[in-house]
Design a protein around this ligand. Structure first.
Ligand code: PAF
Length: 307
């Protein structure tokens, strides 16, 4: 695994691979790599000849200085985790500094995603967050110029925003979404989990359990051939949190996958694709999770983990 820290060296290395006719995949990360990231790297390796992993804790996507300061950083651990992947170890690790990424400080030109995609769910409680993500992802895509870029479905709103960014700006890259990896107790794997105390860690499983309750309601509607009962979905989603007052809910939402807005039809077919998304604070940590109703693989993975 070759490591580069500048755009010049990155481009030289990618050009070298391109000269051999290789396809290039990018896995953008903020480091503190865990099994979820490694799954993205494995997927990238199955779909491209060369895998580039970037590690950059992007300041423009943090709305709170304390959150940025507390974000875990472990470059040595990250290198070791990637090297330990053996035949799927990335070919290239790109670790730019903040000065390399934003040479004139706070960027004057930013990519701003509107259309309601960014002001709901996580965008509501994290103003500016998705513009920061869209800006850095656009820069990374320009710097690496990959054929494909791989993102986790745990950050479902982010994935949808990136898909829209790529479509609306005609970027020549294929976006691949990878299923959420879960701990044995179903908690979605996240770099933030390591900040949870053992008690909080147990409380945090309520997110996945709540999503599983919503899946059960949708499956029942499919079995009986009725319409998708949105109110019952919301009730099922909220109920597990009523028994866990220590967990502070930010949002519990049922939204359409393409718009991230509540579905506008009053009556929905039972197999309608909908994202059920939750965000909650457990102790000092904000956690998110989601499931895509109507995506049987995604539903099965969640139910299997919660069982
Ligand atoms: O999901 C993340 O880790 C970040 O938001 C990303 C996509 C690497 C941009 O900084």
């Amino acid at each position: 695994m070759q490591e580069v820290t500048t755009i010049t060296r990155l481009r030289a290395a990618v050009d070298e691979y391109r000269r051999t006719g290789a396809t290039v995949g990018l896995v953008p990360t903020m480091g503190a790599l865990h099994e979820g990231h490694l799954e993205l790297v494995r997927r990238c390796a199955t779909e491209s000849d060369v895998t580039v992993v970037s590690i950059f804790v992007n300041p423009t996507q943090f709305d709170r200085a304390d959150d940025l300061a507390a974000y875990p950083r472990d470059l040595d651990g990250d290198r070791a985790a990637l090297r330990g992947m053996d035949d799927t170890t990335p070919d290239l690790l790109y670790v730019p500094s903040t000065e390399q990424m934003y040479p004139s400080g706070d960027p004057v030109v930013r990519v701003s995603v509107g259309g309601g995609l960014t002001d709901r769910l996580c965008g509501r409680s994290r103003p500016g967050h998705f513009d920061g993500v869209a800006t850095v992802v656009t820069k990374l895509l320009n710097q690496v110029a990959p054929d494909l870029a791989v993102f986790g479905r745990k950050d479902r709103q982010q994935l949808q925003i990136i898909r829209r960014l790529v479509t609306d700006l005609d970027l020549a890259v294929r976006v691949v979404g990878v299923p959420t990896v879960r701990e044995t107790d179903a908690l979605a794997i996240s770099s933030r989990n390591r900040r949870l105390s053992p008690t909080e860690r147990e409380q945090a499983t309520v997110l996945a359990r709540a999503l599983a309750s919503a899946v059960a309601v949708a499956r029942q509607a499919r079995r009986t051939g009725g319409v998708l009962p949105l109110e019952a979905l919301h009730r099922a989603l909220a109920a597990p949190f009523d028994e866990m007052p220590e967990v502070r809910v930010d949002y519990l939402e049922v939204v359409a996958p393409d718009t991230m807005a509540p579905p506008d039809a009053a009556e929905l077919a039972p197999d309608t694709r909908l994202i059920v998304a939750v965000a909650a604070e457990v102790g000092p940590v904000r956690l998110i999770d989601n499931v895509e109703l109507g995506d049987l693989d995604d539903e099965d993975r969640l139910l299997e983990a919660v069982r």
